[in-house]
Ligand binder design. Structure first.
Ligand SMILES: Nc1ncnc2c1ncn2[C@@H]1O[C@H](COP(=O)(O)OP(=O)(O)OP(=O)(O)O)[C@@H](O)[C@H]1O
Ligand SMILES: [Mg+2]
Length: 347
């Protein structure tokens, strides 16, 4: 990396050993034809620096595939830097990505390198890329042309050698149609697209995943929990709207809680009952169409809230992000809908 007037970039301490040991992802990508096809794509592009866009619902394994790509590449000894574009306030994102010079803005007391600099000779993983504000999308597009940029408030240019992987669970075509995502950036990122199917479309993986989570959590929590064939059948049939993450959490709960299996049964029952129940007028003729619509919307909102909170184990910050409402709005909605977390949660 050359950094002229901008100065020599700071460096992070070397990555810790355990992180480096997590290099063999191959067995995790072997459970279904869909994942094996993704593994083949990873093998085929491992020695190129083609930008990759990973798509798929929340919890399908996008982070895992990004790490597998890094581990398969010649950059595997270099850093793997993840930036979650949705987790950083939009006003701070430019400085987070590209760094800033001392005095660049109020509070910039000293020079700070950005994540792109930290990712030198490694991989930068831009998660939730659809949340990048439009102005920053333009800057990123420029950076991707020649891998050269300036820190915020800086004049000198910095060259960086990094492999870019982006990911999203949003419908980027829809975002482009609404003018929220730049088409040119989409094409620049989408050199190679990896679409990870939802877990319900690769059910053959469920027994394997469930067994491996079971062994892991048994070892972690010092338990000897077993899964009955009935439970395994139910796990395989379930719709898993939260994908592998939800399965992982359900198994963790089964291992940790004495009534973990019942909690899963209750989840299955709720799904069964909730499926296809369109809001129906309480008493036909007693409500106006407007009132019926309002009630329907309220019920749909309550159901969505309940499902998302359940999926993220009542992590309200994550739920507000997934539902794209502010944290405060989410808390108000929770109280309006009179929802409360289950009383016993070990995590
Ligand atoms: N094939 C797999 N084998 C084992 N664990 C997996 C597999 N796929 C995903 N997981 C686990 O499931 C969880 C969710 O995966 P990951 O974080 O990669 O999903 P994601 O698609 O990035 O989700 P989000 O969109 O919410 O960021 C993680 O704990 C991950 O380790
Ligand atoms: Mg992710």
């Amino acid at each position: 990396m050359n950094a002229d007037q901008a100065g020599v970039p700071d460096r992070r301490p070397p990555k810790t050993v355990p992180e480096r040991q997590l290099t063999d992802y191959r067995p995790l990508l072997d459970g279904s034809p869909a994942m094996r096809a993704i593994r083949t794509v990873i093998d085929n592009i491992a020695d190129t620096d083609a930008t990759v866009l990973i798509r798929g619902e929340s919890g399908v394994g996008k982070d895992l595939v990004a790490r597998a790509l890094h581990a398969a590449s010649a950059r595997r000894e270099g850093p793997f830097v993840k930036v979650n574009c949705a987790a950083i306030p939009p006003g701070l994102l430019e400085s987070e990505l590209f760094g800033h010079e001392k005095g660049a803005f109020t509070g910039a007391h000293r020079r700070k390198p950005g994540q792109f600099e930290y990712a030198h000779q490694g991989t930068i993983y831009l998660d939730e890329i659809a949340e990048l504000p439009l102005a920053l999308q333009a800057k990123l597009l420029h950076v991707l042309q020649d891998f050269r940029f300036s820190r915020v408030g800086g004049h000198g240019s910095i060259d960086v050698d990094t492999h870019v992987i982006a990911a999203t669970n949003r419908d980027l075509e829809h975002a482009m149609a609404r003018g929220e995502f730049r088409e040119d950036l989409y094409y620049r990122l989408n050199v190679v697209e990896i679409r990870i199917p939802p877990l319900r479309e690769r059910r053959e993986e469920i027994p394997l995943l469930a067994s491996s989570f079971l062994s892991r959590f048994n070892a972690q929590y010092g338990r000897q929990k077993r899964l009955s064939p009935e439970t395994m059948a139910r796990l395989t049939e379930h719709s898993w709207s939260g994908n592998v993450r939800e399965l992982e959490n359900v198994i963790r709960r089964m291992v940790v809680l004495p009534d973990g299996e019942e909690a899963f049964e209750a989840l299955v029952a709720r799904h069964r009952n909730g499926k296809g129940t369109a809001p129906r007028p309480a008493q036909l003729g007693s409500e106006s169409l407007k009132e019926i619509a309002r009630r329907g919307a309220r019920e749909a909102e309550r159901k969505a809230l309940e499902e998302v909170l359940e999926r993220v184990q009542w992590n309200r910050a994550e739920a507000s992000r997934m539902l794209r409402v502010s944290y405060k709005t989410l808390l108000n909605k929770i109280s309006e809908c009179e929802l409360s977390p289950p009383s016993r949660r070990p995590f």
